[in-house]
Ligand binder design. Sequence first.
Ligand code: 13P
Ligand code: ZN
Length: 273
Amino acid sequence: MKILDMPCTKGFMQLAQDGVDKGWHEMNGGNLSYRLTKDEAANVKKVLKKASGDWTDICESVPKLAGEFFMVTRTTGYMRNVMRNPENAFGIVEIDKTGTKYRTWWGLSNGGRPTSEFPSHLKNHEVKLETTGGEHRVIYHAHPVNLIALTFVLPPTDKAFTRALWEIMTECPVIFPEGVGVVPWMVPGKGPIATATSKLMRDYNIVVWVHHGLFVSGKDFDRCFGLMETVEKAAEIRIRAQSSGAMKKSAIQVRQLRQIAKDFGFTLNEKFL
Ligand code: 13P
Ligand code: ZN
């Protein structure tokens, strides 16, 4: 099957476009990666026969991802071009046996490289491969405006963000009962922020980058879009409610959060109650 006809390629492009339509991707802001299944990787090898690029350093070590194939957006590329000019805006790369290098098989034309946040994406994938038994395949990073605004309002702690989101929209505790993690402001695109993010991804599927944006992890493109949209919507409600000046300190009460968890049959992360 041609690369552009693969369902995962279509899903990848659709998520990028949906994020653009939401206004989450100014300039080259945000990036996306997807870990291919064995069958998808086999199809890539069969169709293309050989890699198009040489082994290049990832500048990070992800030994558990040795031999995996990833679809990933291009650094400095615009998400709005993923649908319009796929072979330029993203690509398919293979990780080497040591987990320290990648080579391109498809796309990233004219010498393109994976996103500068590739170390963060890969370290998150490595953690999720372990903690979800390989169920999670998608890591998505965007710059949603209200969530970023909230990072100027709340202290940079897991508890402050989890409670602010849980108690402002009833669906939030249902969708992310484990809560959200928060990385304080750090220089993006480097090893330390990748390590800090992936550490939080052990406990959460949603990680806030203060004054920058959001990372989410999920089993498929729909799930990641849904998480991004839910957090951004809750952040928008919070910002609007707080700007009205009349917002009470707390919206949905702890006893009500417990009631939702009981009735819906899930467990809320107790450390945030
Ligand atoms: P890239 O263009 O390298 O993907 O960077 C965009 C971004 O959002 C950095 O955090
Ligand atoms: Zn970013």
